[in-house]
Design a protein around this ligand. Structure first.
Ligand code: SAH
Length: 247
């Protein structure tokens, strides 16, 4: 039998408290997945690990009674993806892949050449939850409020490296920078399809925590650059070396 469906919930997860599903989750479980009373579900909330629970369906209401914790909470290495929103389907792709690749925060920024002016944070939240459910993460990436590049840089912790993916100008490779910087909380910054303006590039390069990196001699689309940089970081100093949380 296929593994029990896996759902993110906001509630506390503890043996004593059943989880009451909201109408959308109830619809998914009973209509889409066609689950009935007694069927198993897996639940996580980003804090209490993963639990096996049993469904109880009563008319239009559904709840789950927790049976046992199946995985302990895992706190992944802290990695922000700072990105300029792209066209809708490309942003969706970027959000999904960043969640699969273990980004712990997604920070949308407005830049000189950002094409999209509106970002629906709620939509981003729905996308990261869906991707986290299917990729077996135990946490869901945070979505930072949309802000300007300048604001983001002004609030950035000085000790935290921000790997600035720069397709022009002299930059070291990600691998070299990772050797220099080592593990610890970090960010990856990827520009919009039009790249960063000359003013922005100078602004970035003047900051001590900004680490310009190249991703090779080809110009990548922004979402490809994000996938490449996140992968290199995870492989170099992230959690690809030990897989501590899969059962
Ligand atoms: N419009 C620009 C290209 C922007 S590509 C131009 O025509 O030159 C979009 C973003 O992806 C860039 O801002 C950069 O952050 C990242 N990127 C793409 N290719 C890259 C590379 N080879 N090295 C580093 N970053 C890259």
């Amino acid at each position: 039998m296929a593994e029990a469906p896996r759902l993110f919930v906001e509630d506390e997860l503890a043996l004593s408290d059943p989880v009451i599903f909201d109408p959308a989750q109830t619809n998914y479980l009973t209509r889409v997945m066609r689950l009935r009373t007694g069927d198993g579900v897996r639940l996580f909330n980003g804090r209490d690990g993963e639990w096996h629970a049993q469904l109880e369906v009563d008319g239009r209401r559904a709840r789950a009674v927790l049976r046992r914790q199946t995985r302990a909470q895992y706190v992944p290495p802290q990695l922000s993806l700072v990105f300029a929103p792209l066209k809708k389907t490309r942003t969706d792709f970027l959000i999904e892949k960043a969640t699969e690749l273990g980004a712990t925060e997604l920070a949308p920024i407005m830049t000189a050449f950002t094409q999209t002016q509106r970002v629906k944070e709620e939509r981003l939240r729905a996308l990261v939850i869906e991707a986290a459910e299917q990729t077996e993460r135990l946490d869901v990436p945070d979505i930072a409020p949309v802000q300007s590049l300048s604001n983001l840089l002004a609030g950035w912790p000085e000790a935290r490296p921000l790997f600035y993916c720069d397709e022009r100008g002299a930059a070291r490779t990600m691998a070299d920078e990772l050797v220099a910087v080592g593990p610890g909380p970090a960010g990856v910054l990827v520009g919009p399809e039009g790249g960063f303006s000359e003013t922005e590039r100078q602004q970035l390069r003047a900051l001590p925590f900004v680490r310009p990196v190249t991703l090779g001699p080809r110009i990548l689309r922004a979402e490809t650059a994000a996938v490449a940089a996140l992968s290199l970081w995870q492989s170099g100093v992230g959690d690809w070396h030990d897989i501590p949380y899969l059962p």
